[in-house]
Design a protein around this ligand. Structure first.
Ligand SMILES: [Zn+2]
Length: 118
């Protein structure tokens, strides 16, 4: 089971989940094309030194209003047609990277997989 599967581990793809996340929610942004080119050069072509390898950065999701990074509740579905919404313990709601629905769907799928594996 991966975030690329058509179906969630349990339930229907359009079922809306409401998950209280234990710990922080983290995500990794894709590398820029320039960074990917450097890494490809190191891994496949040896055109750059290993020290130049660029690690993707992992970020924690934080409430944009109060900075909370624990006790967040995620609401959304596997299919992603219900935009991911997050709720912090202080009651703030937001859609992370709201202009990027693929980001929200991927993050919600990861949260569903994490809670299903627990
Ligand atoms: Zn908040």
């Amino acid at each position: 089971m991966s975030i690329y599967s058509e179906q969630p581990p349990t339930g229907a793809a359009d079922a809306v989940w409401r998950i209280t996340v234990d710990g922080t929610i983290t995500y990794t942004l894709p590398l820029s094309p320039a960074a990917q080119a450097i890494n490809t050069g190191i891994m496949e072509e040896s055109t750059a030194s290993v020290e130049a390898y660029i690690e993707p950065e992992t970020h924690a999701v934080v409430c944009p209003e109060c900075g909370a990074d624990h006790g967040l509740i995620a609401e959304g579905n596997w299919r992603g047609d219900v935009p991911l919404r997050l709720l912090c313990p202080a009651g703030h709601r937001w859609t992370p990277r709201g202009a990027d629905p693929d980001f929200g769907r991927g993050l919600m799928r990861q949260i569903i997989l994490d809670v299903s594996a627990a």
